[in-house]
Design a binder for this molecule. Structure first.
Ligand code: SAH
Ligand code: F3S
Length: 489
């Protein structure tokens, strides 16, 4: 994976890949659970749900692999490289198991869903295979494994949102948290494995979302990122799949809650918390969403808005249901309603059939938008996707690499330009913790999700502070605090 300014981006932080959940605090639990996660933020959040489900079964988390009774790895299938990383980890687990033969190993998440029982044949050390919708079945599955049998549950659900499971936020900084609002994806982008591994799209009851956020507020959290594969598509009408909305009753339709309304609800309910969301999809993002953002000061001015390619021909082949022109219109609307909005992208280089001209379209699109951040990938064919079945992966590796490098270079330049635009302004920053580079500085983020560092003085973690931005590196803003903001009152 290649990307510019990745570590500053919370949704896909490379430094977190393979991170283990921290040890449980407090009493209770006799069995040791080691759980590490790969891939998107949703996986990291799911691992906290798994830890919560297993805490009731007498498991406490440990970060010591060697002493674990149960080792779980929450996996990602998005690109081949992600899967290879997990295979390597399984080799390591095998070596540990030789020393600790009682240890059981389970695979969770997207690779579990994609490979199903095949995993048990391919990787002898795996005892347990559990897909993303089956975590509530873990207690039964572990009983099976304890009895010496292998256990698999990869059933995808129409309803499961884990809305009733309170995640244990073990790796938390106590300030920012993620709350999932939708699961699955119906968009069927032809390159993407997610619709196959995470199933059909369903939304979580807004009441349970509001309750989780209220609890977070009580615990002192100050920022929540609403999470979904495609948050703009959020639609609650009493439960069930997004695609079955047509069949809902008139009453259900009249009282349905869409994403713009959900944003309005959370921002109104918790005026002293700030809100982010990820990921947006251009074809599903409505003007109402942008209006909700513009209306509430406590909704951050930042949109992660992947496009994948700047070429209409390739967008069509990817089954992205909008054109480059429609995307520009959306960008123009965002800039009109929220002039200082940060915007970031995901881009794929070397999709099947991509010509030099298509690639130039991507570069010129980037030139138009000048994204603040970006996540850029070489196309990786995923088995089972429409692209894998119908299109030949025909762009030579070195061409993919060269195009990717050109995309990354442009992003670097734009990232720097965008960072520099903050210099001279005074911006509201939420303090997340001590700067990685200096004990004497705080690290936080401005509304646009750019990292800001400044001298600590007598400010505290979790406070909203006005910071005068005086300088910057390519990805970090440097400033001096000028006082607490009224978000703290
Ligand atoms: N909706 C998701 C996005 C899916 S995966 C979210 O919430 O983040 C993240 C990114 O991985 C995609 O936007 C796309 O740019 C990239 N990606 C997905 N499938 C890929 C593939 N087969 N090859 C290369 N990159 C891919
Ligand atoms: Fe994948 Fe497209 Fe959904 S990238 S997650 S199918 S919006």
């Amino acid at each position: 994976m290649s990307k510019a300014r990745l570590t500053e981006h919370k949704q896909l932080d490379d430094s977190r890949q393979g991170e283990a959940l921290a040890p449980s605090t407090g009493e209770g639990g006799t069995r040791q659970l080691y759980i590490e996660s790969y891939g998107c933020q949703m996986n990291f959040s799911d691992s906290e749900i798994v830890a919560s489900i297993l805490a009731k079964e007498g498991f406490r988390t440990t970060d010591q692999l060697e002493s674990a009774d149960l080792v779980l790895v929450n996996t990602c299938s998005i690109r081949e490289k992600a899967e290879l990383t997990v295979r390597k980890r399984l080799e390591k687990f095998q070596a540990v198991k030789k020393q600790n033969p009682g240890m059981k190993v389970g695979v969770l998440g997207c690779m579990a869903e994609r490979l199903k029982a095949k995993f048990l044949e391919e990787e002898q050390i795996v005892d347990l295979v559990v897909g993303p919708d089956a975590y509530k079945d873990l207690p039964n599955l572990i009983e099976e494994v304890d009895a010496g049998r292998e256990a698999v549950n990869v059933i995808l659900s129409k309803e499961e949102t884990y809305g009733d499971v309170a995640p244990v936020r073990l790796n938390s900084n106590g300030v920012t948290a993620f709350v999932s609002i939708t699961r699955g994806c119906d968009n069927m982008c032809t390159f993407c494995v997610v619709p196959f591994t995470r199933g059909r799209e369903r939304s979580r009851d807004p009441q349970s979302i509001l309750e989780e956020i209220a609890q977070l507020a009580d615990q002192g959290f100050k920022e929540v990122t609403l999470l979904g594969q495609n948050v703009d598509s959020y639609l609650w009408y009493g439960g069930g799949l997004k695609k079955d909305f047509d069949k809902a009753s008139d009453m259900q339709k009249a009282t349905a809650v869409d994403f713009a309304q959900l944003l309005d609800m959370v921002a109104t309910a918790q005026p002293k918390m700030r809100f982010r969301f990820s990921t947006s999809n251009p074809q599903d993002m409505t003007l109402d969403v942008i209006r909700s953002m513009a209306k509430h000061n406590n909704i951050c001015n930042y949109i992660h808005l992947p496009i994948q390619s700047g070429s209409n021909r390739i967008l069509k082949a990817m089954n992205r249901l909008h054109t480059r022109e429609e995307y520009f219109e959306l960008i123009d609307n965002i800039r009109e309603l929220i002039p200082d909005c940060g915007i970031s992208q995901d881009m794929i280089a070397g999709f099947p059939g991509e010509t030099e001209e298509d690639h130039q379209d991507t570069l010129s699109l980037m030139e138009y938008v000048k994204y603040d951040f970006g996540f850029m990938f070489a196309y990786s064919e995923r088995p089972g996707t429409l692209a894998a079945r119908k299109l030949e992966d025909d762009i030579p590796e070195e061409v993919k690499k060269r195009r990717l490098t050109e995309i990354i270079d442009i992003q670097r330049a734009h990232g720097l330009l965008r960072t520099q635009q903050h210099v001279g302004k005074t911006e509201e920053v939420l303090i997340e913790g001590t700067s990685r580079k200096s004990e004497d500085h705080w690290m936080g983020r401005n509304s646009q999700n750019t990292v800001v560092v400044f001298p600590k003085e007598d400010y505290k973690v979790g406070e909203f502070v006005w910071v005068k931005i005086e300088d910057c590196t390519s990805a970090t803003l440097i400033g001096t605090a000028e006082g607490r903001s009224d978000m703290n009152d």
